[in-house]
Design a protein around this ligand. Structure first.
Ligand SMILES: C[S@@+](CC[C@H](N)C(=O)[O-])C[C@H]1O[C@@H](n2cnc3c(N)ncnc32)[C@H](O)[C@@H]1O
Length: 354
């Protein structure tokens, strides 16, 4: 379904939306503070709502601060006010209890919020100028294992939340032809490799990633007792001279190629082609913003693209499937199967060399 072909709002709705945009950072921070100070939870837990004085007594914050937050919460739609008492809304229920919303909010606050100030500079320079908030690395991936603890926690929670839901749904397809050797490029902390070891007792997995992530994967996999079934290739895939060592029945890339520009995607895939056994397959798991059931999912992915622009690397994004599949074909593959609506928002592409 295409959500974006027409302008559906009335003029009144449009001017209201324009104000939401004008105040978006304020709305975001007010909501986060209402969540993190316990105000929303306190009101939700009180069967008959709470007066402002009761909230102040419960959360031990100044009267003034509680008042401005609650009044902002009214406009945002987080609380209602009747007969002197505040009560929470359905939106607040999602803010407090929906794991997807929490992961997205924490990622936005801890990873994206300050760097996003440099979005325009990043667009002009085609470099992740906002990354300087955290460190002096060419891309976020060199710095992942060294991010400040809260940013690191929220980055991994965001990344894993999406892939964790998808992995169990695609294993039957990936293991259909009983691959003996699987290469996981961008294997990160080793989650997919460990899921493979548990799924198929015979498969060996090679993880290719940057040194910091290989170290994390090595530790995690050893702790689970699978050290003898894993190999590692420490590599920066952006180095065009960096070839993939060995031949593999399956090459697996999950939420990996979205870390690269179109030229880089083609270059990586050409090198994959050389490392594939004669009947081998490449499986690509990606969220495409045009392959979503809900407009809110497309919206989330479109906004996530700007994290890549300002923080991750300055030149990649959550792709439209059309652009992405063209890169695959230009690199000498054909897509034999599309499996849509996996996990929260993913598509699994099965690719064969032509
Ligand atoms: C978004 S994470 C995806 C992790 C995992 N595959 C998943 O599905 O959750 C991208 C991974 O690609 C790796 N990566 C990014 N740039 C890289 C590069 N230039 N060379 C090698 N690996 C890279 C990162 O270190 C990270 O582990």
């Amino acid at each position: 379904m295409n959500f974006f072909e027409t302008d559906k709002l009335t003029a009144l709705q449009a001017i209201e939306k324009a104000q939401w945009i004008a105040f978006a950072p304020v709305v975001f921070q007010a909501t986060r503070v209402l969540r993190d100070t316990g105000i929303l939870q306190a009101i939700e837990e009180s069967a008959d709502g709470m007066t402002q004085e009761e909230v102040v007594a419960r959360v031990q914050l100044p009267v003034y601060g509680v008042r401005v937050l609650l009044e902002a919460g009214l406009g945002i739609g987080l609380v209602t006010f009747r007969d002197g008492r505040y009560r929470t809304t359905k939106t607040t229920s999602f803010i407090l209890h929906d794991a997807l919303t929490r992961v997205n909010m924490d990622f936005t606050h801890d990873v994206c919020y300050n760097p996003m100030f440099f979005l325009e500079e990043s667009i002009r320079a085609q470099k992740p100028v906002g990354l300087k908030v955290f460190g002096d690395w060419p891309t976020v991936y060199e710095g992942l294992s060294k991010l400040p603890p809260q940013a690191k926690k929220s980055w991994f929670a965001f990344d894993h939340f999406y892939s964790d839901f998808a992995f169990p749904e695609v294993q039957a397809t990936v293991f259909q032809h009983r691959p003996k050797t699987l290469l996981d490029i961008g294997g990160n902390t080793g989650k997919w490799a460990m899921a493979c070891f548990e799924y198929d007792p015979e498969v060996t997995v090679t993880i290719m990633d940057l040194p910091g992530q290989v170290e994390m994967a090595r530790t995690n996999i050893a702790a689970k007792g699978f050290a003898d079934r894993v190999r590692f290739q420490e590599a920066n895939i952006l180095d065009e001279q960096q070839q993939i060592q060995g031949q593999f029945d399956v090459i697996w890339m999950s939420q990996f190629l979205d870390c690269f520009s179109e030229d880089q995607i083609r270059s990586i895939l050409r090198r994959c082609r050389k490392a594939l056994s004669p009947t081998g397959k490449v499986f690509i798991l990606e969220p495409f913003w045009d392959n979503q059931r809900f407009q809110a999912s497309a919206f989330s992915l479109q906004q996530t693209s700007l994290y890549f622009t300002a923080i991750a690397n300055g030149n990649s994004q959550m792709y439209h499937s059309g652009i992405f599949i063209r890169c695959i074909e230009e690199a000498g593959f054909r897509v034999t199967t599309h499996q849509n609506l996996i996990g929260v928002s993913h598509t699994l592409l099965t690719c064969e060399a032509v």
